[in-house]
Design a protein around this ligand. Sequence first.
Ligand code: F6P
Length: 322
Amino acid sequence: MKRIGVFTSGGDAPGMNAAIRAVVRTGTAQGLEIVGIRSGYEGMIAGDLIPMGPRDVANTLQRGGTILLTARSKEFLTLEGRAKAAANLKAAGVEGVVCIGGDGSYRGALKLMEEHGIPVVGAPGTIDNDLYGSDYTIGFDTAVNIALDAIDRIRDTAASHSRVFFIEVMGRHAGFIALEVGIAGGAEVIVLPEDPIPAPICADVIRQSNDKGKRSSIVVVAEGGYKGGAQGLADAVKACSGIEPKVTVLGHIQRGGSPTAMDRVLASRLGAACVDALMAGKIGIAIGQVNDEIAHTPFAEAVEKRKDINRSKYELAKVLAL
Ligand code: F6P
């Protein structure tokens, strides 16, 4: 193998640049030429390829976002789109590809392999932490810390005014961020897509907290935890109980900013392990980190299996809210 490509795809995540940097530098160290594919699968289809050397990734380790840009490509979902992308890679002499993204990106990579024989390996890049085959995904730790900082600030004003706040964090299909910041931020209630709570139950918990002498309450809601998110739940709670929650939606602020040390190290290890796997001919796999060791999971398994939230953490959160 002489030349490999690297791209980021789907929602950006802090630490993606550290992963790109690791691919470029460890690949170069092993005698490979590296080609950056810009804007994910969209750029693959458009032939937006750039050569990348070690100096091209200088001063990127601490930067959020992705220097290679990203996209959610509709065209790549078509046979024609994938054929164009594969033809561009082959014309550029790209013999293997590193995909940094979430499960949608992995599904695309699998198709590229199956339909066109392009060797691909993946690194889990999403703040949602919902990829099977890795204890943590690149960007999760940073997103959690950003959301936690916001919750700490909201708690100050909630306590001062004796108010109930519903705070929505990202996680359309998974509650990993909500659970983590719910525990770290001392939430009275955590609402997860994995265990949706009806509004009257949520209202009861808030009332009981009040009866126990708590003057303010924080409810952390994953965006997919209730129809209409935190606002939808707040409206339903108000309608059934008269409680008048304030609502804050943290939104994309959770996806930006400088990656934490944990995300930088994780991304660096995973990027390097992707190059190692390609060089060893281990393809069609998602690279992850499990118990602090590099782990390989076939793409097909990584996209089919669902990583569950840690149920004992969830139970602990309920006790801690006493
Ligand atoms: O990056 C993952 C994620 O943040 C989800 O939690 C969220 O639902 C989605 O991406 C939103 O992405 P966008 O609106 O930028 O497409």
